[in-house]
Design a protein around this ligand. Structure first.
Ligand code: CP
Length: 304
């Protein structure tokens, strides 16, 4: 039995296989209509979500399976003091696979130790979000035709943005990828990530404005400032609108730039950018359903 806690739990070849299967599913969804008939996915969301929870549920339903779960800790026995391990052991009696989101870093890994079914990390605090990364990799590969040889700009809250941490971990494994990290000093990527990039000899630069690097970028990955992770509201208010991408800032960008965002968006991309053919954030949303279909099927069948 395999879990997906960190994107590097899967080899590059295993990720390629999931992305290939997702491409087949997007091309011929009817072929997979009954693929997981009789199987049950549990979605345990201790933190709010729109895309991740609903795309997991849509994915399982599209494969002929069923879903159960909860969308907040308050509506589960966690509110009565039940431990995470007991919750996971219980839900494992009712389901074949669990997708779980939790505000505490490491909670899905802790849950996996006693789990009798595969656990998928659907986001743990400000740490990791590996299934968003599968969505992002699928989108980059479909847009660019490759995952290597490119300059990836990541902009916004690189400190608390879990999608950023997982995407750097994943893209670091492809030849010729370099990173441009765009953030205010207070929201730089954690030191463990830059240390790893240095250890592996992967090129990266850290800058404070997107204008100075825009012409270099093949991908611009915008992120929201993560209000829920701040200890001090005044700091959030000061930093929240540091970056607002608009058509003027894109004037010097490449014609084939891919503008990405894991969503939800607050203010960091003007709606005026939405009609730019380079904006692919709603394509990411669509791909998320198919890549999660491929992931669930892979964990329940190919890796079981
Ligand atoms: N991208 C993402 O994780 O969105 P949700 O928080 O809506 O699931």
């Amino acid at each position: 039995m395999r879990h997906l806690i960190d994107i590097t739990d899967f080899t590059v070849d295993e990720i390629t296989a999931v992305l290939d299967l997702a491409d087949k599913m997007i091309a011929n969804p009817a072929d997979y209509r009954d693929a997981l008939k009789g199987r049950i996915l549990a979605t345990l969301f201790f933190e709010p979500s729109t895309r991740t929870r609903l795309s997991f549920e849509s994915a399982m339903l599209s494969l002929g399976g069923s879903v159960l779960g909860f969308s907040s800790a308050d509506s589960s026995s966690t509110a009565k003091g039940e431990s995470l391990t007991d919750t996971i052991r219980t839900v494992g009696c009712y389901s074949d696979i669990i997708a779980m989101r939790h505000p505490k870093e490491g909670a899905p890994m802790a849950g996996s130790f006693k789990s009798t079914v595969p656990i998928i990390n659907a986001g743990d605090g400000g740490h990791n979000h590996p299934t968003q990364t599968l969505t992002d990799l699928m989108t980059i590969r479909r847009e660019k035709g490759r995952l290597d040889k490119m300059v990836v700009g990541l902009c916004g809250d690189l400190k608390f943005g879990r999608t950023v941490h997982s995407l750097i971990g994943a893209m670091s494994r492809y030849e010729g990828v370099s990173f441009v990290l765009i953030s205010p000093p207070e929201l730089k990527v954690p030191a463990y990530i830059t240390r790893e990039l240095n250890d592996k000899g992967i090129p990266f630069t850290e800058v404070e404005t997107m204008e100075e690097v825009m012409p270099q970028l093949d991908v611009l990955y915008m992120t929201r400032v993560q209000k829920e992770r701040f200890f001090n509201e005044a700091d959030y208010i000061r930093l929240k609108d540091t970056y607002i991408l608009d058509p003027e800032k894109l004037r010097t960008a490449k014609a084939d730039l891919s503008i990405m965002h894991p969503l939800p968006r607050v203010n960091e991309i003007s709606v005026k950018v939405d009609d730019d053919p380079r904006a692919v954030y709603f394509t990411q949303v669509r791909n998320g359903r198919f890549v999660r279909m491929a992931l669930i099927k892979t964990l329940l069948e190919d890796m079981a």
